[in-house]
Unconditional design. Structure first.
Ligand code: UDP
Length: 453
């Protein structure tokens, strides 16, 4: 385990922009008073498996800052076993929970259990009696459960993964995880449709974003040249190498995600290919930018590198005319602020944002784009379509033939951007009201209080 130190002040920003957040702030302060009485001075530990990359790492820093400013003692631990097989197992588990059958899961299980056992022993040295434990996702679940078995603490399992259908593969995994949930008083899921069979009560708290993080804040002026050190293109083989400023100044469609087959990156590349081939000259002013973490930097995602190579291969198979307009942007995870600024600037300047995931538990990148007031086009993957009301704040594309539909949408965005402007405004307003972190904190209090009572 490594502890991540979280410092900073977030609350003051909300207060300074009170006109947007008035009612939410009132509710926040009212509920914080009650929660302080109940939670008192006990330490609240958030435990997940990565400090950078992915939705959980994105949400925790400002969530933790806010709670600390509201008078709670909150700390953040990363469970990061060195064994590669540990993360191969959890990635396979993640895929299986989305009904993608993975061979070799059983062979990897002993590595996961062994690392979890060591983790449990380490937790005994870190967690003090009375502390509150919030575990994120399956990676640290078993380590925590084994620890809690001999050292009961108030505990919540926050599962960010969700799949709205029941299938034998999915049920088998829930059955496996369910064995370790008896030590928890509550489970938090992103949507009620993700509920599975368990005796542990479930609370629903959708993910949320911080308007003031370096990802989501508004950027003025040009990007500094130093940011260029944090990006590489198409496996470092893009000729001539563009600068970030060049991309930001152009017209482009954007997709942001980890390099992962479920994210549907291949579908966006195929859609763009069709768009450029079938559309009119306007197409040639419009690029496609696909941004994700440098796969070499992401330890908890062993498939990332492989999938990235697949995307590079897909690009090399495109005609020269199309290929030179597709940018696979790998962003270094070594400098977190630079990563956030690059993603934030790419989102801010995009002509339209696409998220065509095959499966998606929530899709924070769609929330980020909605929050920025961008035209957002999503697939009907459950976690995406629940954020969008088709035609009101974005566009939902149904299966099948999603590539054709996305190509048409690219054309529409290229020639009729003004048709999307009202939607984009609505998207931002709705996000300000219901997707910012202060809107969700009262729900967290409720869950923690229920765990304690
Ligand atoms: N992200 C990032 N840098 C990248 C790619 C993604 O900071 O290079 C962030 C992205 O902005 C979002 C999160 O990682 O906040 C991904 O969350 P999402 O729910 O979309 O996907 P997950 O990775 O959790 O499946």
């Amino acid at each position: 385990f490594d502890e991540v130190l979280v410092e900073g002040s977030v609350l003051a920003h909300y207060v300074a922009e009170r006109n947007h957040y008035d009612e939410l702030l009132d509710e926040l302060f009212r509920s914080s008073g009650e929660a302080r009485n109940m939670i008192g001075s006990r330490c609240i530990w958030h435990i997940n498996s990565t400090a950078f990359g992915g939705g959980v790492a994105e949400m925790l820093p400002h969530h933790i800052c806010l709670l600390r400013e509201l008078g709670f003692d909150v700390r953040w631990l990363i469970f990061k076993p060195k064994e590669e097989q540990f993360f191969q197992f959890t990635k396979a588990l993640h895929n299986s929970l989305h009904d993608v059958k993975v061979a070799g899961l059983k062979d990897l299980l002993p590595h996961y259990l062994e690392a979890s056992k060591k983790g449990a022993a380490e937790l005994e040295r870190i967690i003090r009696p009375d502390d509150f434990v919030i575990i994120h996702d399956p990676q640290p679940l078993v380590a925590a459960a084994k620890f809690l078995e001999s050292h009961p603490h108030p505990a919540i399992w926050r599962c960010h993964i969700g799949y709205p259908k029941r299938t034998p593969t999915v049920d088998e995994i829930w059955g496996f995880l369910g064995e370790y949930l008896h030590q928890f008083q509550r489970i938090v899921l992103s949507a009620k449709e993700y509920a599975f069979d368990t005796d542990v009560p479930i609370d629903i708290i959708p993910p949320s974003i911080s308007p003031f993080s370096s990802k989501n804040r508004n950027y003025e002026g040009p990007a500094g040249e130093t940011l260029d050190h944090s990006v590489s293109f198409n496996g470092r083989e893009f000729e001539p190498t563009p600068s970030l400023q060049d991309i930001l100044g152009s017209r482009y469609f954007l997709h942001v995600s980890r390099w992962d087959g479920l994210k549907g990156i291949d579908r966006i590349i195929a859609a763009y290919d069709r768009f450029v081939k079938s559309a009119h000259a306007e197409a040639y002013d419009t690029r496609l930018v696909i941004a994700g973490p440098d796969p070499l930097d992401v330890a908890d995602d062993p498939e990332g590198r492989e999938y990235f190579e697949k995307c590079v291969l897909l690009c090399t198979q495109l005609s020269k005319e199309v290929r030179r307009r597709v940018y696979l942007v790998c962003i270094s995870m070594k400098d977190h602020d630079a990563n956030a600024e690059i993603v934030g600037r790419l989102q801010q300047n995009a002509h339209g944002v696409f998220a065509l995931s095959r499966e998606e538990g929530f899709g924070l990148t769609a929330t980020e784009a909605l929050f920025r007031g961008k035209p957002v086009v999503v697939s009907s993957a459950f976690g995406l379509k629940r954020q969008v009301v088709n035609g009101l704040n974005g566009v939902i594309l149904d299966e099948p033939d999603i590539e054709d539909k996305a190509a048409e949408m690219m054309h529409h965005l290229a020639v009729g951007y003004s048709d999307f402007e009202e939607m984009a405004r609505t998207a931002r307003e709705r996000c300000l009201r219901s997707s910012t972190q202060i809107s969700q904190i009262p729900k967290w209090y409720h869950s923690m209080q229920s765990a304690l009572s």
